[in-house]
Ligand binder design. Structure first.
Ligand code: NAD
Ligand code: ZN
Length: 366
């Protein structure tokens, strides 16, 4: 018997920059001409964003002499499936795209997740640049390197960790975003305030009208804060082994509600309700004393704060058992101790809570 060791120990530097500003499309093209990430650029986008911005980005690339094509799919979470990735990859191959190309993800979180996934697999991986165009994508989805698609068994069940070369947060793109989508992104921004930044929470409290009216200065301010907060958490725990779990605040119960609604209620509102229920659990477990303030801010944002009538607590508790933080079907929760600070349970950032406490919190969230 012979044995040959394949030595693959390696040090990887996946560092990249997030650039925040307004009207960046020309700058992106200019930067790509200097960086030469690929000989051709596949702009992956959805049907809505294609109409609004894809030609502008394509023209900007053309003006820098960069070859590119637009590949798009029908907008919406229902497209976030392996089949769509296969169709897009096939179209790219048919257009002569190979391992010397680069992918530009232009769109909301569905686009950034799926284009990221395609970039991680296409010809065994090609460079990726993100141009997130929704507030959810700018605040959350484009930062941290999680890519993936949904399967019939659930959301994001198939994917990779794959870091982009650069993320461009162009605030001007948000001007065309419907206000419900702004609210979805604000739910994650409020979450960031609760888990890590009291000042951001206060800022949101004072400037929520400006944000809902898409005032540029307000959007720029929260973009910077969101990047710092999510960026710091991701840097501390890139593979989601511990601290990154704090990003899950509101999501343990939020995901259960989303699932029980048959995905009819969108993610932002579900996270809002989830945060209210989990804040009440925290009130009992960690002495969190800002339930009322959180409720006021969420309500001012126009997000729901109560569990939908007809969705019973037992069903929610059953659904929560399937959460990814569960061990042996016993759910664990990430809880704030106060605004801007999360509880750490022996480096785990998630802990079990007795059923009675959860049930009471769910009853109070009605
Ligand atoms: N990878 C991660 O870490 C992470 C984090 C959070 C969310 N996500 C994923 O992100 C997805 C949700 O993202 P989303 O809320 O952006 O959904 P989305 O991509 O479906 O965008 C929402 C809607 O806004 C439209 N849109 C996007 N940009 C626009 C613009 N500038 N102007 C007008 N319309 C625009 C889209 O076409 C779509 O109709 C989910 O699939 C979720 O799983 C991933
Ligand atoms: Zn979320």
């Amino acid at each position: 018997m012979k044995q040959q060791r394949i030595n693959l120990e390696r040090k990887i530097d996946d560092s990249y920059d997030l650039v925040i500003g307004t009207d960046l499309l020309l700058r992106i093209a200019e930067n790509l001409r200097q960086k030469q990430l690929g000989t051709k650029y596949a702009i992956i986008t959805d049907s809505n964003v294609r109409r609004l911005y894809a030609d502008k980005l394509s023209d900007a690339l053309n003006s820098e002499g960069l070859r590119n094509d637009i590949f798009y799919f029908r907008a919406g979470e229902r497209s976030k499936r392996l089949g769509t990735c296969e169709a897009l990859a096939d179209r790219m191959s048919a257009e002569g795209y190979g391992r010397d190309c680069a992918v530009i993800a232009l769109g909301g979180g569905v686009v950034t997740d799926m284009a990221g996934f395609i970039a991680s697999g296409f010809n065994r991986g090609v460079p990726l640049v993100m141009v997130p165009s929704s507030l959810v994508a700018q605040a959350d989805a484009s930062i941290g390197g999680k890519t993936g698609v949904d399967t019939e068994h659930g959301k994001n069940l198939f994917g990779t960790f794959y870091q982009p070369k650069k993320v461009w947060l162009d605030i001007a793109l948000l001007q065309t975003l419907p206000v419900e989508e702004i609210r979805n992104g604000l739910a994650e921004t409020i979450k960031h305030g609760v888990i890590a930044d009291k000042e951001l929470f206060e800022y949101l409290n004072s400037n929520i009208e400006g944000l809902l009216a898409k005032t540029e200065a307000d959007l720029l301010h929260i973009a910077e804060k969101n990047c710092v907060i999510k960026g710091n958490v991701v840097m501390a725990d890139p593979d989601e082994k511990g601290m990154r779990r704090i990003l899950n605040f509101g999501h343990t119960i939020g995901h259960a509600i989303e699932k029980l609604s048959g995905y009819k209620i969108s993610h932002g509102p579900c996270v809002s309700i989830g945060m209210m229920a989990e804040a009440r659990i925290a009130q009992k477990v960690t002495g969190f004393d800002s339930v009322r303030r959180l409720e006021e801010l969420l309500a001012k944002t126009g997000l729901p704060v109560k569990i939908p009538s007809g969705m019973c607590s037992e069903a929610i508790m059953e659904a929560v058992k399937l959460d990814k933080k569960s061990k042996d079907h016993r759910p664990r929760y990430c809880l704030p101790t106060r605004i801007g600070h999360m509880s750490e349970f022996k480096g785990e950032y998630a802990d079990y809570v007795n059923d009675k406490t959860v049930k009471k919190a769910l009853q109070a969230a009605r």
